[in-house]
Design a protein around this ligand. Structure first.
Ligand code: ADP
Ligand code: MG
Length: 408
């Protein structure tokens, strides 16, 4: 029954599974990090109360730190339940709650602890929380996400308090363990030796995703989690997003960006009543997300760079769904365009140089072909725009310059 209702879209099935807060059932390429977490928190599960653990997750944006922590939190709560140990997982985002006091107030609320509105210091709140855990015989795994913000407002004081959270209670059972998520670890290196070693002892790193990894993450969402209809998304689409985002293709390696591109591209296709997501929908989505305006940079191009750019646009437009053209093809069209414009075409070396410039300006992507093509060729694409608009604007730009040439 629910399938029928959800089946209304030509593109999506469980659309919400592409959204940022959704916690998927699998986390491809984060097995190592999850295993490390599990091994670091093993004592916490087997003999809770004996030690307070502190683990730091670090890495750039969109590398899965938040989702891994939440996923792990769910697992730990469940595992505790099976063992008859009451473990509570609380996830606080320090971007929203920027002081230790706010963090602890939020934590207390999540634990359904009655908190008097004012008159307490953060230390006292920690004490109240601790006592409550003691009374209920519960253990808390607390994640401070985006803890960088906590450091910005509270300085390292907050960290000192947290790193010593358990020292005041040495004689009793340890009730609180911590996961800190931070982008930048430098502030930790400035702390005194004992705080530093207590915090930096367990650091788990998250690297930006490669194009292949991005593709796997998207595949999982589309095909396993059924976020979208199988027929609506060709693998080529997922490959393409992988190439736009993957760190090995000079992208940010950000899974959030990849999911957003896929979702938006799906929305564009859906709104036009299409049954399938097309490469152009992806281009448009990417463009909207990255906000690069190629049109604004046109005046910075040399004349022949602009002509070469126009050649690429024209070729991609008639590319029949291919997401690249080869540099060889581009050069041919470039020469034809030069003829039309009465310009002397530049040689291969120059063309190569222009291509690099266009790439450096972010107007095109250029990569070496892998398997499948004979020999190595350079594959060129324009990810960031509606090709129709671009073609019009670049043509205008070129003609304007040629006119002003003639005019003197
Ligand atoms: P970070 O906290 O490092 O900035 P997030 O954990 O918020 O990154 O991840 C960004 C988005 O990408 C989230 O929607 C998350 O669910 C998804 N994501 C990240 N890594 C993976 C993965 N390995 N598998 C599935 N989804 C992932
Ligand atoms: Mg995060």
């Amino acid at each position: 029954m629910s399938e029928i209702w959800e089946g209304e879209s030509s593109i999506f099935i469980h659309e919400e599974r592409l959204l940022l807060d959704y916690i998927p059932t699998q986390l491809p390429h984060r097995g190592d990090q999850l295993e490390l977490l599990a091994s670091m928190f093993k004592p916490f599960l087997y003999s809770p109360g004996n030690a307070s653990q502190k683990v730091i997750l670090t890495g750039p944006i969109g590398t899965g730190k938040t989702v891994v922590a939440k996923y792990f939190g769910l697992k730990v709560e469940r595992e505790g339940e099976e063992r008859g140990i009451k473990i509570r997982y609380v996830h606080v985002n320090c971007h929203k709650d920027r002081t230790l006091f706010l963090v602890m107030r939020k934590t207390a609320r999540e634990l359904k602890l009655p908190v008097p509105p004012r008159g307490f210091s953060s230390q006292e709140l920690i004490g109240i929380t601790w006592n409550m855990l003691e009374d209920r015989d519960e253990y808390l795994l607390l994640t401070l996400d985006e803890a960088d913000y906590l450091l910005k407002t509270n300085g390292s004081d907050a960290l000192y308090v947290l790193s010593r959270i358990s020292d005041e209670y040495v004689s009793t059972k340890q009730r609180i363990s911590l996961i800190l998520i931070m982008r930048d670890l430098t502030p930790l290196y400035l702390m005194d030796r004992s705080a530093k070693s207590s915090l930096l002892h367990n650091v788990i790193r998250f690297d930006p995703y490669t194009s292949k990894q991005i593709k796997d993450i998207l595949c999982e969402r589309v095909f396993e989690e059924k976020a979208m209809r199988v027929e609506a998304v060709d693998e080529v689409i997922l490959d393409y997003i992988g190439e736009l985002v993957g760190v090995d293709k000079q992208g940010p390696g950000d899974a959030r960006m990849a999911l957003e591109i896929l979702w938006r591209a799906g929305k564009y296709a859906e709104s036009k009543g299409k049954e399938r997501v097309e490469l152009n929908d992806v281009r448009k989505a990417f463009n909207d997300i990255t906000f690069i305006s190629p049109i604004e940079s046109l005046d910075n191009l040399k004349l022949h760079e602009a002509i070469l750019f126009l050649a690429i646009i024209k070729l991609l437009k008639r590319g029949e769904g291919r997401n690249y053209v080869t540099l060889g093809e581009v050069e041919e069209v470039y020469r034809l365009l030069c003829e039309e414009l009465n310009e002397r075409p530049r040689g291969h070396t120059k063309v190569w140089e222009y291509t690099q410039n266009l790439k450096n300006m972010g107007l095109i992507t250029a990569r070496l072909s892998g398997k499948g093509q004979r020999g190595k060729t350079t594959l060129v694409d324009i990810p960031a725009a509606s090709l129709e608009v671009l073609e019009r604007e670049v043509s205008k730009n070129i003609l304007r310059r040629l006119k002003s040439f003639e005019g003197g």
